[in-house]
Design a protein around this ligand. Structure first.
Ligand SMILES: Nc1ncnc2c1ncn2[C@@H]1O[C@H](COP(=O)(O)OP(=O)(O)OP(=O)(O)O)[C@@H](O)[C@H]1O
Ligand SMILES: [Mg+2]
Length: 330
């Protein structure tokens, strides 16, 4: 077992570059789980690469926890398969699980015991955890100063970090965290984010589920967006943003509806909408270019007052992709 110093040696930039090295750490193939009539997970194909901080996103009920439970061999897929570190989970569970640390929803903690004793209890169940490892994980999650306090006195964020510490006891290659930021306040979310970055820099592959894009957008190298059991998209955050280059256009007052109808009649403009808050029309542009949009409007007799590339609101993109916001999938 590597010492803490080795394990946690900082490798700046690892998160952004390691994803390209090509080793698939987690792969699902046509993974499916059916509960009666309901397809909780529907023919899901995912690939998570070594060094990724992979964001697994989707609204409540999308199938995130069900996928994670299948990935960890806690429930059996209806069909399809999961491979972790090149081995089928269904047939190599005992071999794979020590290399995977997981936190599913809230951690199971003994509230009357100290953080350190909670870790000791888990370590003794797992077996084979070296003495120094408890100190190492406590330091890693920033709980060394509170390790002797009862968990009852911990904040929610501290409890979540203790849960992550438990998942790290066996120094896993892959860390799977189901909604680690759930219920945390902004400061807690920042702490969790810093911790994820640190883990990635230490060479871990991190798989995080969340129903809130803003919680993970700053740290994820890749994201998969799920809705109703299906994969909506799997991409990088940059792609998610750049493929959706919308423009905000202000036209002469009173002409908005006329212009909106014109835009919607164009093949590239079908997702155009009126944003009543700003008074702008929001639309994609022909060839994705602002000047072409401007030209189009001028040629049709609606010279815009202003035309500006939209700052991409990822939360809005997320809502649109999952069909839970106005507009639906474009
Ligand atoms: N044991 C079960 N029996 C029946 N239906 C289930 C079971 N577990 C999950 N489901 C259903 O499967 C779907 C996906 O649930 P899942 O918990 O995986 O979603 P999720 O993406 O984790 O949502 P959340 O963000 O709320 O945690 C839901 O419709 C849920 O009701
Ligand atoms: Mg869930």
């Amino acid at each position: 077992m590597a010492s803490m110093a080795n394990t946690l040696e900082a490798r700046p930039g690892a998160a952004s570059t390691a994803a390209r090295t090509g080793e698939v750490v987690l792969r699902t193939r046509q993974l499916t789980k059916r509960y009666g009539e309901r397809l909780a997970v529907n023919h899901l194909d995912l690939e998570v690469y070594r060094g990724d901080i992979f964001g697994f996103l989707g609204p409540n009920g999308a199938g995130k926890t069900t996928t994670i439970r299948m990935a960890l061999g806690l429930i059996t897929p209806t069909s399809g398969s999961v491979e972790i570190l090149g081995k089928e989970v269904a047939t190599h569970r005992a071999q794979i699980l020590p290399r995977v640390g997981a936190l599913i929803e809230a951690p199971a903690l003994y509230l009357y015991m100290s953080g350190r004793d909670n870790l000791r209890a888990v370590a003794s169940v797992l077996g084979g955890v070296p003495d120094g490892r408890i100190d190492a994980v406590l330091e890693l999650v920033g709980l060394q100063n509170r390790q002797k306090d009862r968990v009852r006195t911990y904040s929610l964020g501290m409890k979540q970090r203790l849960g992550v510490a438990m998942a790290l006891l066996q120094d896993p290659d892959l860390l799977v965290l189901d909604e680690p930021a759930n219920g945390l306040d902004p400061a807690g979310i920042v702490e969790m984010r810093d911790l994820m970055r640190q883990l990635s820099a230490a060479g871990k592959t991190v798989f995080i589920s969340s129903h809130v894009l803003t919680e993970v957008r700053q740290i994820c190298t890749r994201v998969a967006i799920m809705n109703l059991g299906k994969l909506v998209t799997e991409t990088t955050i940059e792609d998610l943003v750049s493929n959706r280059g919308e423009f905000a256009v202000q036209v002469e007052r009173g002409q908005e509806q006329q212009v909106l109808a014109l835009l919607r009649a164009q093949p590239w403009g079908q997702s155009a909408r009126f944003d009543s808050e700003s008074g702008n029309l929001v639309t994609l542009a022909p060839n994705g270019r602002g000047r072409d949009l401007n030209l189009f409007l001028v040629q049709n007799g609606f010279a815009p007052e202003t035309l500006a590339q939209q700052a991409q609101d990822l939360e809005q993109v997320f809502l649109q992709l999952t069909g839970t916001g106005e507009g639906g999938i474009q």
